[in-house]
Write a protein of this length. Structure first.
Length: 70
């Protein structure tokens, strides 16, 4: 899945959106992960911080549960 967001001049994540989702529940989990990340180091241009757009790929992996034997 891919999440798109903006990193502002102080490193805050703004307006995260799911670009390519898996299912609504996992999309929600991914958005929660992105919104709870600490501040980023903002991009700079001519030595000054600037707002920039970023696309973050997120990969979920699942382990199969073994069935319990009776």
């Amino acid at each position: 899945m891919f999440i798109k967001f903006i990193v502002d001049t102080v490193g805050s994540i703004i307006n995260p959106k799911v670009l390519r989702g898996i299912n609504p529940r996992l999309d929600s989990v991914a958005l929660n992960i992105v919104t709870s990340m600490p501040k980023w180091i903002p991009a700079t241009q001519n030595g000054k911080p600037v707002t920039s757009e970023f696309m973050l790929p997120i990969k979920f992996s699942f382990e199969k549960k073994e069935k319990k034997k009776k």
